[in-house]
Ligand binder design. Structure first.
Ligand SMILES: [Zn+2]
Ligand SMILES: [Zn+2]
Length: 110
């Protein structure tokens, strides 16, 4: 609801010659209706799985997420994983896995 800026009366929607106005029911004061601006927000939703995690040597492995995957070496079923983007961003990223048990690291091409 909108109130008249002049007399604080209640404004009502009126349409004149295709234009929309707010008209005061008390004093007849007219206000042009402001068009609601459509705000287009550009949102880049990044898939968390595509997040670039750069693995550095000696980094605490605990910060990497773990997943249920069978280690090809010791058959342990849990491994840390991270994604590394290859030189060209056009190429799919490479997923690395590191076995929690034997520390064997292997990669899977996305
Ligand atoms: Zn008024
Ligand atoms: Zn293993």
């Amino acid at each position: 609801m909108k109130f008249c800026s002049k007399c604080a009366g209640l404004m009502t929607n009126v349409e004149e010659k295709g234009k929309k106005y707010l008209k005061c029911s008390k004093c007849g004061h007219k206000e042009e209706m402001k068009k609601e601006k459509m705000v287009l927000k550009e949102e880049i939703i990044e898939d968390s799985s595509k997040k670039l995690i750069v693995f550095k040597k000696g980094e605490e492995l605990e910060q990497f997420p773990t997943t249920k995957i069978t280690c090809p070496k010791c058959m342990n079923d849990e491994a840390y994983w991270w994604i590394q983007q290859t030189r060209s961003s056009d190429e799919p990223p490479t997923i690395f896995y590191k076995c929690k048990k034997c520390s064997y690291t292997w990669r899977v091409y996305g």
